[in-house]
Design a binder for this molecule. Sequence first.
Ligand SMILES: CSC[C@H]1O[C@H](OP(=O)(O)O)[C@H](O)[C@@H]1O
Ligand SMILES: Nc1ncnc2[nH]cnc12
Length: 292
Amino acid sequence: MRDTMIGVIGGSGLYEIDGLENAEWTRVETPWGEPSDAVLTGILDGVKMAFLPRHGRGHRLSPTTVPYRANIDALKRIGVTDVISVSACGSFREEMAPGDFVIVDQFIDRTFAREKSFFGTGCVAHISVALPTCPRLSAACLTAAKDQGITVHDGGTYLAMEGPQFSTLAESKMYRESWGADVIGMTNMPEAKLAREAELCYASVAMITDYDSWHPDHGEVDVTQIIQTLMGNATKARGLVARLPVLLGAQRDDCEHGCDKALEYAILTAPDARDPALVAKLDAVAGRVLNR
Ligand SMILES: CSC[C@H]1O[C@H](OP(=O)(O)O)[C@H](O)[C@@H]1O
Ligand SMILES: Nc1ncnc2[nH]cnc12
C-alpha cells in the first residue's frame, strides 16, 4: 500500500479547486521545462491532492503550447498516483448534450504539433495505449459524477484535434459519421499517452459545452456560448472532484489494470547504449525501471 495523491488537471474554466486544507501553490522544476503553472497542493478528506491548471491561471497557454511533458513529470515528481483530467469538449452525439459529462475511455489522436513522448534517441520505449484510461479511476469519476447529480455518460471516444481553430463542417461530419468519435477537444493527447508512460493512472472527465458544427439545429461553434456552459460545468466539476478523496481513499494498492507497471518491459535500448543525459531526465518518469 502507498499514499494516494490525486492530481487534477483543470481544463478551460477550471483554474482552481476548493476546500483544500494546508493549500499551497508550489513551483515544480522539471527536466522538460516549466509546467503550465505552479501546482496547488493540500489535503481533502484526509487524502493528498494536487491541482494544475492546464492552460495556466488566466488561460495563457493554447492547446498546442501546453507543456504536456512538464505537467505530467511535475505531477509524478511530487508524488501524484492518480491523474484526473478535466476538459471542455464538443459533442458528436445528440444524446450527449451541453452540460453533460462523459467519462472518456478511448481517443483518436489527430494532434501533430506536440512532443508526444518522454522517450527517444538514446532511450527508446514502446508502451501500450490500447486501453488508454484506468478503469478503476474512471469508475470512481463516474460514481462521483452520479453522486453529484450530473448527467454522465459511461465511456466515449474523444477526438483530440490540434486547434486552436474549431473543426470545419466536413471534418466534424467525418469524425462523427465515419470515425465514430463521440466528443472532440484539443488537449487530452498527448496528455493521456504521457501519463501512461509515466506509469500514472489516468481518467478523463469531458464536460460538454457544445455540439461542434455538425448539428443542424445548433449552427457553428460559438466561443461565447461555450463560455456560458463552461461556467456551469466548472461548478459541477468542482463537486465531482470533491467526492473523489472519499471514493479513492488515502491509501492505494498497485493498479489492478497495470497502469503503474506500463514500463515494465517497454524500454528497448540496451543499458550500455542509453544516453546518460536522457536517462537523467527520465528520473521521475521512469526511475522505477531505469534504476534497477
Ligand atoms: C474553451 S473552448 C476550446 C478549448 O477548451 C478545451 O480546453 P481543455 O481541454 O483544456 O478544457 C479545448 O480542448 C480547447 O483547448
Ligand atoms: N467543439 C469543440 N472542438 C474542440 N474543442 C472544444 N472544446 C470545447 N468545444 C470544442
